[in-house]
Design a protein around this ligand. Sequence first.
Ligand SMILES: *[C@@H]1O[C@H](CO)[C@@H](O)[C@H](O)[C@H]1NC(C)=O
Ligand SMILES: *[C@@H]1O[C@H](CO)[C@@H](O)[C@H](O)[C@H]1NC(C)=O
Ligand SMILES: *[C@@H]1O[C@H](CO)[C@@H](O)[C@H](O)[C@H]1NC(C)=O
Ligand SMILES: *[C@@H]1O[C@H](CO)[C@@H](O)[C@H](O)[C@H]1NC(C)=O
Ligand SMILES: *[C@@H]1O[C@H](CO)[C@@H](O)[C@H](O)[C@H]1NC(C)=O
Ligand SMILES: *[C@@H]1O[C@H](CO)[C@@H](O)[C@H](O)[C@H]1NC(C)=O
Ligand SMILES: *[C@@H]1O[C@H](CO)[C@@H](O)[C@H](O)[C@H]1NC(C)=O
Ligand SMILES: *[C@@H]1O[C@H](CO)[C@@H](O)[C@H](O)[C@H]1NC(C)=O
Length: 206
Amino acid sequence: MAPAMYFTFVALFISGATAYTNYTVGGKSGWFFDQNTNTSSANYADWAANQTFDLGDYLIFNTNTNQTVVLTYNETTFRSCSIDNSSDSDTFIYGQGNENFGQPLTVAVPLTIVGLNYFFSDANDGIQCENGMAFGINVSHGVGLPPNLNQPPPPPYVEPPSNADGSLTPTVTNESSGAGLSVGGNVHWMVWYSFMLCGIFALLLV
Ligand SMILES: *[C@@H]1O[C@H](CO)[C@@H](O)[C@H](O)[C@H]1NC(C)=O
Ligand SMILES: *[C@@H]1O[C@H](CO)[C@@H](O)[C@H](O)[C@H]1NC(C)=O
Ligand SMILES: *[C@@H]1O[C@H](CO)[C@@H](O)[C@H](O)[C@H]1NC(C)=O
Ligand SMILES: *[C@@H]1O[C@H](CO)[C@@H](O)[C@H](O)[C@H]1NC(C)=O
Ligand SMILES: *[C@@H]1O[C@H](CO)[C@@H](O)[C@H](O)[C@H]1NC(C)=O
Ligand SMILES: *[C@@H]1O[C@H](CO)[C@@H](O)[C@H](O)[C@H]1NC(C)=O
Ligand SMILES: *[C@@H]1O[C@H](CO)[C@@H](O)[C@H](O)[C@H]1NC(C)=O
Ligand SMILES: *[C@@H]1O[C@H](CO)[C@@H](O)[C@H](O)[C@H]1NC(C)=O
């Protein structure tokens, strides 16, 4: 029993410490596109071809808001260099929503599905993707997903429930807990004094 627990613990420790790798896409070149020359800052297909990827690894995109990061499992979407006809279930867009160009941006994408994972930038109406901002990787199982990634995606955002509807959040009233305790304390003292008085009466009677 004890040795089994020990080995489980050691295995967990080792896998937590060494099993997963964070890959910086393009290495020092990052994930950038030069609009003046229509060139990407690295050859990402070559970069990807020289690595092995496992579940639980991350791709780190060091970039700015002039590029996007699209992950898709759908080869048709990848080849189209566009998210126009893509489905929310197989295509995920990172780094969108900033109105300002050129703002520094780091995108960390966990690898959670075995097999072909495609990445591209859909900025500049596909021109970036058509000119090198695109690559595919083949993700292997490795040791499997770590617990923090091995769960269903979070449900869509809903308004936090109010306290009135029986939610699990404690109801906060203006009756502070300090006041409640001091009331309890007073009761304690009254009981205590009552006992003392009874005792004194009893002694007097004897
Ligand atoms: C890998 O990147 C993720 C997401 O940014 C981070 O939570 C994790 O700590 C990183 N792991 C390592 C070994 O740097
Ligand atoms: C970049 O490529 C697109 C087509 O892919 C072309 O329309 C555009 O003129 C090119 N721009 C430059 C600066 O070469
Ligand atoms: C992979 O990277 C190593 C070291 O950077 C390099 O020597 C090798 O030529 C690369 N291989 C491929 C297929 O790109
Ligand atoms: C892939 O995406 C295209 C649209 O880009 C869609 O028509 C097709 O059904 C998708 N394929 C799968 C297997 O979901
Ligand atoms: C999306 O689908 C429409 C209608 O089928 C098609 O005309 C268009 O070219 C498609 N767009 C892309 C980027 O594949
Ligand atoms: C980002 O894009 C804007 C608009 O296209 C351009 O003016 C700017 O030079 C770009 N910045 C960088 C850092 O590429
Ligand atoms: C991906 O890798 C697996 C083995 O790790 C292999 O069986 C499979 O054929 C590869 N898929 C592609 C499309 O290369
Ligand atoms: C609690 O007290 C604050 C002021 O002390 C008051 O504005 C607020 O309406 C009170 N809330 C309740 C639920 O009584």
